[in-house]
Design a protein around this ligand. Sequence first.
Ligand SMILES: [Zn+2]
Length: 405
Amino acid sequence: MQSSSATRKICTLSIILVAAVLAGNCAYQAPTVVEKTPEVVAAPPELPALRRIWPTTLSNHAFRVMDYVIAPWFRFKDAAVSITFDDGTLDQYQLAYPELEKRNLKATFFLISDYLDDGYWQDFRIRRRLFSWSQARELARAGHEIGSHSKTHAARLLGSEPFVEEEIRDSRARIEAEIRARRCVSFSWPFWANDDQSRDAARKYYIAARAGGASAKRFPQTNGGMPSRNPADIYQINSMGILSARSMAGWQQLGREIVADGAWAVINLHGIDDGYIARDALGWEALPLDKYRALLDYVRKPELWVTPLGAAARYIYEREAALLSLVSRADGALVLNLTDSLDNALFDQALTVRLRLGPGWRLVEVRQADEIMWSYTDDDGFVVFDAFPDAGAIVISRLDLKGRS
Ligand SMILES: [Zn+2]
C-alpha cells in the first residue's frame, strides 16, 4: 500500500493554516480551508504535494533536492476514526471501556465536570449514574482522552452571556485539576449546540470542539455527518450519532466512504447496554452491546487510524504547520529538523514523514533524541518515519555503511 502512494496524484487542496498561537493564555486559530476542488466520489485519498527542502544554509555539495511529504494521517492510514462518548455515564466505564481495551482502541470520554463528585446527573426527568474521577483517571492512564462536555450540561451554549464561557472554561480547569497526566484539549457541545460566539469562547481554551447536529453533504441524517481531512471549523467537528447508522450495513457504507475520502469519522456514542446493567447506569439512547462490539471490530481495519479526537486534532494542526529542514548531510547520515510554531506543551503528537533518499539507502535507522523511531524504506527510494515536531534532531543513518545487515 505504501509503495503505491508515490504514484498517487498530487493533491489539489489548497489549504492555508493559520495556526499561530494567539497572545494570551490559550487561544488557537483553527485550520481554514480556503479553496477546494469538487470532491470526486469514491476516488482514492490523494496525497498532498511533495514539499521541497531547500538546503540554503548548506555547502555546495549538499545542494541536492530532497522532497518530502507529511502523511495526511498518522502512518499513512487512509482515514481517521475517533470514537467519542458524551456525558460520562457509568455504562461507559463498565461496558464500553473494557471492549475498547480488549481491542487496544483508545477513545474520548467527554465529562460533565460538576457532577462526578455526586455520581449522578439529573438529565431532565432521568437520573443517570456517572463514573467517578478515579475511574476517569483510570481511563486516562489507559490512554483514553478525557475531554469536557461542560460544567453542568444545563443549557445550549449560545451567545455571549457569561455562563457560556464559564461552562467552557471552568470545566477544563476542573478536569485538569483532577487528571494531571494530560492536558484537556477537547470540548463536546451539550446538545451539539454552538454558535459563532460560543465557538469563539471555546477557541480560548481548547484546540478542538465536537458538535453533531450540523448538516453534512454525505450524511444528511439527523445527527450529522463526516468532517473531511481538514474540517471547515475545528470547533464544530461534525460527528455521526448512533441513530444514523445502527446496522452493520450502515457502518460498512460509512467505512467505504470515509476511506474513499481520506476523511475523519467522528463517532458519537452515549449509552451501551448489555441487557443486565443497572437501568440508571445507562446513557442516552443506549446502543446494544453486540452492535457496539460489531462497530469496534469494524473500525479495526489496517487502513483506519483509530485515535482519540484530541490526537487527531493535534495531528491536523501539526501536519499543516510542520516544516522539515536539512541540518547536515554526510555519506552515511542525514540530520533533519522537524519544527512547527505550535505550543509544544499541547501539541505532542508524532507525525509520519515520507522523505526521498535516493538509491542506495535501503537499510536505515531513524533516531530522534536518541530514541529509535518507527520507520521503513520503500521501493521508490523513500524512507517513511515518525517524528515529533520540535523534539530534537532527527538522524537518519545508513546501516549498511556501518557493516551491519
Ligand atoms: Zn450530553
